[in-house]
Design a protein around this ligand. Sequence first.
Ligand code: RP5
Length: 216
Amino acid sequence: MTADSVQSIRDQLYDEAAMDVPDDETPDVGIIMGSDSDLPTMAGGKGKRPGAYEALATELDFAEQTDYTEAPDARFTFETFVCSAHRTPDLMYAYAETAEARGIDVIIAGAGGKSADLPNMTASIAYPLPVIGVPVQEKSVDSVIGMPQGAPITAVDAGKSFNAALTAVQMLSREHDELRERLVTYHEGLQTEVGEVSRDLHELGTPGFKDEYWEE
Ligand code: RP5
């Protein structure tokens, strides 16, 4: 039994996979997660640290593509779906099976709980497309990274979907110099921040730095 709401997404994915869309109009990165309760970790917000959404949309100028047949103006894009390995295995299968034909170059897959199977099963089905797994909780790490020899997955530490997005763009940047430049600029920004804060700490002294930087 497949719910109509799930079947309609499956149908849509297979329809899109059969379309002949130029590569620069399809999403480059696919973000999937086991539940919308994973969204604060996968996207950032709601008290969680910045996530993949911030890395892609805010730091690296990607746009979120919400309609496969209507690409945003931005050259580089990502899409986002919920797809539970246990509750909607056929949706997971459809997403992973169609990803390459739909023009996705790399998948970021996040799941929580002790049986966080979405990343590793997606990696098996979507192979040879690379999949970056995000354990949404500490207790999910083993089930995300525990793949047998010959069945690869790349994974980040628990909750670090921001880094998963950086890794995804590193992969894409091997084909796109523009993305390499964006990654370098992002990294230079990090260095600049460390340098500025170091100078301020040194020159203001610890009490002065606390007054300046720390909120009461
Ligand atoms: C996992 O179970 C999901 O990835 C989520 O982290 C966890 C709980 O899911 P919900 O019950 O909040 O939908 O499959």
